[in-house]
Design a protein around this ligand. Structure first.
Ligand SMILES: Nc1nc2c(c(=O)[nH]1)N[C@H]1C(S)=C(S)[C@@H](COP(=O)(O)O)O[C@H]1N2
Ligand SMILES: [Mo]
Length: 321
């Protein structure tokens, strides 16, 4: 396949020696029993990652068939306002970000608030590879091979109480390392949140890598959320805090401009952004010049309706956006 993972990796990541696929012994996700993955997850392929670890490769629906975005495009056309509002600012300035050591503070409605190291919260043995479409609310999209741990595993480790109905995430906001934070482009820290059932959904991932290497800083190193059926702004980068709450938490974009950025933000071609249509998107994939990226139709829930539409069966998605 043109722009299959193998081609992209060979072209762009010579150091990630491409590795024979082999059967992985078994699915390593931990049991949050009611959220069992589809049967195919038991027979995954495994691949070795540049750092010597290996991960299982989840198959459909966890692996989109779409041609991958070039590594070069996925790492040079970014939204990460902590480093500036221009698309090339993150690559230019995020190199300074110190990502080790990195601790994550877990609080709120949990049995015991705790600060975890990155590998405590996302053990290497639980990492999987998933190819997801990423659809920005600005109507461009990419197709990215992520490495990460299902958020459901991480939540189980945080031990929320039965009262927790939402989970919120906060990014690092360090003006010394992040020039954008010295401006008032947004209300820092960048905050995002999910309803608990969305967070526990097997598609929801906490990513630590992409293209079989560590996450580049501009993509949210060392840990960022990936919620493939929602607009990209929900996929918060460089997470430092996780908090469980009973009430729906405030989120950065929703507080700033609720008429444009809903709390749910499910990809929906039927509901236009007040300033542009959401019916189609520019797909930054393949070898083409980004300025001429082809327009492709936007799919309900970004193509993941079969997996997630049921979460919203009681909501009118035209008003709850
Ligand atoms: N902390 C933080 N997370 C963020 C953003 C941001 O500005 N700050 N931008 C969001 C937006 S709007 C999008 S589309 C995606 C972009 O991810 P990418 O640059 O890896 O493609 O990150 C999201 N996560
Ligand atoms: Mo976005």
């Amino acid at each position: 396949m043109k722009n299959g993972l193998r081609d992209v990796l060979q072209a762009e990541t010579p150091e990630a020696v491409y590795m024979a696929r082999r059967r992985y012994l078994k699915w390593l996700g931990i049991a949050t029993a009611s959220w069992s993955l589809s049967a195919c997850a038991e027979q995954n392929d495994a691949v070795d990652i540049a750092d010597g670890t290996h991960v299982s490769v989840d198959s459909d629906p966890f692996t989109a068939e779409d041609p991958l975005t070039r590594f070069e495009d996925a790492t040079s056309y970014n939204n990460f306002y902590e480093f500036g509002t221009g698309k090339s600012d993150p690559r230019r300035y995020a190199g300074q970000l110190r990502t080790t050591p990195w601790e994550i503070e877990v609080s709120g409605m949990v049995e015991q608030p705790h600060t975890f190291s990155l590998t405590e919260l996302l053990p290497v043995e639980e990492r999987v590879e998933r190819v997801y479409r990423l659809r920005c609310v600005e109507a461009w999209s990419m197709v990215i091979p992520w490495i990460g741990v299902p958020l459901a595993n991480v939540i189980a480790r945080c031990r929320p109480t039965s009262e927790a109905r939402f989970v919120s995430f906060e990014s690092l906001a360090d003006p010394n390392q992040m020039p954008g934070v010295r401006s008032s482009a947004l209300d820092w820290p960048y905050t995002e949140a999910l309803r608990m059932d969305e967070a526990m959904h097997p598609l929801t991932l906490l990513a630590t890598g992409m293209y079989r290497r560590d996450l580049p800083a501009q993509n949210g190193a060392p840990i960022r959320l990936v919620v493939p059926w929602k607009y990209g702004f929900k996929s918060i980068k460089s997470i430092k805090r996780i908090r469980f709450t009973r009430e729906q938490p405030e989120t950065t974009w929703n507080r700033m401009q609720p008429s444009e950025y809903g709390f749910y933000a499910n990809v929906n071609p039927e509901v236009d952004h007040p300033r542009w249509s959401q019916r189609s998107e520019r797909r930054l994939a393949g070898d083409g010049n980004r300025a001429f990226a082809p327009r492709v139709p936007t799919l309900p829930f970004n193509g993941y309706a079969a997996q997630v539409a049921d979460l919203y069966r009681d909501m009118d998605l035209r008003t709850w956006f």
